[in-house]
Design a protein around this ligand. Sequence first.
Ligand code: SF4
Length: 348
Amino acid sequence: MSTPAVHMPMPRVPRRRERLQDIPVDRPKRVLLAAPRGYCAGVDRAVIAVEKALERFGAPVYVRKQIVHNIHVVTELEQKGAIFVDEVDEVPEGAHVVFSAHGVSPAVVQSAADRQLQAIDATCPLVTKVHREAVRFARDEFEILLIGHLGHEEVEGTAGEAPEHITIVNSPEEADTVEVRDPSRVVWLSQTTLSVDETMDTVRRLRERFPELQDPPSDDICYATQNRQVAIKKVAQGTDLVIVVGSANSSNSVRLVEVALEYGAKAAYRVDYADEIRQEWLEGVASVGVTSGASVPEVLVQQVLEDLAAAGYRDVEEVRTAEEDLMFSLPKELRQGASEHRGGRVRA
Ligand code: SF4
């Protein structure tokens, strides 16, 4: 049996040593707190799936790739006994392996079966929906232009459903050069965590070249990504600074920084942890917008608010643009005897 290659989380960036200082500015200090923010239903389900697997089968439980793209979540699960690997061939034969929320290609499912692994599929149902669309359009002999980031796990998983039919469009500029075999049978699909505006720009450019381009049957960019972008657009207008809590490999978190800057924030930064906020970011800053990506637990946002309060930003106003009440049942391999969960909480 080979020794499993343990995925190590990225090292933490150097941290501020001192507390933030409360330096006066010429206007009242305040925080605009975006809502919705943080955990989505798919992330909640995936994290609970690993916890339930550990409870039910005991440690270690192997997880292919980061279960969700957040360093804090991954580190906590490692401490509970999860072992993160890059590929299923690093998992001992017959062991339990959880597939991450970003989904896997059929080839990965087959590799796990070949090794007699006990697979638990924590793919977000909204990613599975895109996989099904890809399979259906490929079966109908469409060429699929998949808008998404090359190398992202979700894009690899979706593209693996129909590799001969799918071409990845990595940027709006690529829409101007991508080639198709038959312009009368082309459809676009997308990664779930993209910028809505940028994706629409890409589609517009594609449609200029391929007027018969078909749309997906329903939005592929998921409700959580869209809701967080709408909220930060409202918060960003006129704020001096936006802080997005989320990891560097979290697509939807990185998009929130871009959207905040595009919609009027004078500056925007992403942090994994509150103590990455730098004193110089707050120079002359009266209003601070705060949000978090879909894979970020609320405790990390509360730590940001505590540090900002120490710097004089105690007046916190929530800016809510949508209510979220979606829930997904646990993966079928864990459903028997398990509780349902709702929003960010397990319902016992
Ligand atoms: S961001 Fe969207 S697609 Fe991704 S896990 Fe959350 S709900 Fe699912």
